[in-house]
Design a protein around this ligand. Structure first.
Ligand code: GLP
Length: 236
């Protein structure tokens, strides 16, 4: 695991953009994308760049169950606003959290991932160590599935909603096994509220209680941190 520590989120986002540009230039086609506040500045740099993504494919990690695509809190909406309207991809996939048959939707999504192996995956991390919506306790063997959000995630994500009770309780998420199949993974974490999760997933035991800890076993992971998120790495 390669760890890059930058002074702040802006610098770190520039670094991620640089890694993304290198990846495009080296011919990679399929990009796994994430939502949340972490990749926002990176997406802004992409939209301001001269990169051409019209031959690339994007596959997002997750989506809430039950939110309309037009709902500003849906991940469909987030991706359009932050990236796709300004930088369209040849094809962009997100799980459909409105499907009347969610079980079939998980299978459809796994098929998409199998047919379009991800070259480069960007990940954020939850305060409890989750990746995508793979909450603590999720099986390391999981494929795309319906996930129950934990209390901690509902609380953390409530900042984007009018009230906590508006946060959906379920999401459809790429599984840990699907994420681990990506050829390269870049995990970003910014801010002091991520410091504990960062320390645990990098230095702690590999355990399903800290979903991101499985990344210790992946052969090509780069972790990009700001100083605050990296703060606990030197503690005993
Ligand atoms: C959400 C998303 C994750 C994201 C995480 C952190 O629950 N499902 O993909 O990485 O929270 O979000 P943020 O970047 O806003 O801290």
């Amino acid at each position: 695991m390669k760890i890059i520590i930058e002074e702040n989120k802006q610098q770190a986002s520039k670094k991620i953009f640089q890694l993304f540009r290198e990846e495009i230039n080296s011919g990679s086609k399929v990009f796994g994308l994430a939502t949340g506040s972490t990749p926002e500045d990176f997406y802004k740099l992409v939209t301001e760049s001269d990169l051409d993504l019209t031959k690339s494919i994007s596959i997002n990690l997750d989506e809430y169950v039950g939110l309309k695509f037009s709902d500003p809190q849906s991940y469909h909406y987030f991706m359009k606003e932050h990236l796709f309207l300004k930088k369209p991809f040849a094809e962009s996939y997100l799980p459909n959290g409105l499907s009347s048959n969610l079980e079939n939707e998980t299978k459809r999504y796994d098929k998409i991932i199998t047919e379009n192996p991800i070259d480069w995956q960007i990940l954020g991390i939850g305060r409890n160590g989750h990746i995508g919506f793979n909450e603590p306790g999720s099986s390391f063997n999981s494929q795309t599935h319906i996930a129950d959000l934990t209390e901690s995630t509902i609380k953390a994500n409530a900042r984007f909603f009018k009230k906590e009770s508006d946060v959906p309780k379920k999401a459809i998420s790429m599984g840990i096994a699907s994420i681990m199949k990506s050829k390269k993974i870049v995990l970003a974490a910014f801010g002091s509220e991520k410091a504990d999760a960062v320390k645990k997933f990098i230095m702690g035991p590999i355990t399903e209680n800290v979903p991101a800890s499985i990344l210790q076993k992946h052969q090509d992971v780069t972790v990009v941190l700001d100083e605050q998120a990296a703060a606990a790495l030197n503690e005993k």
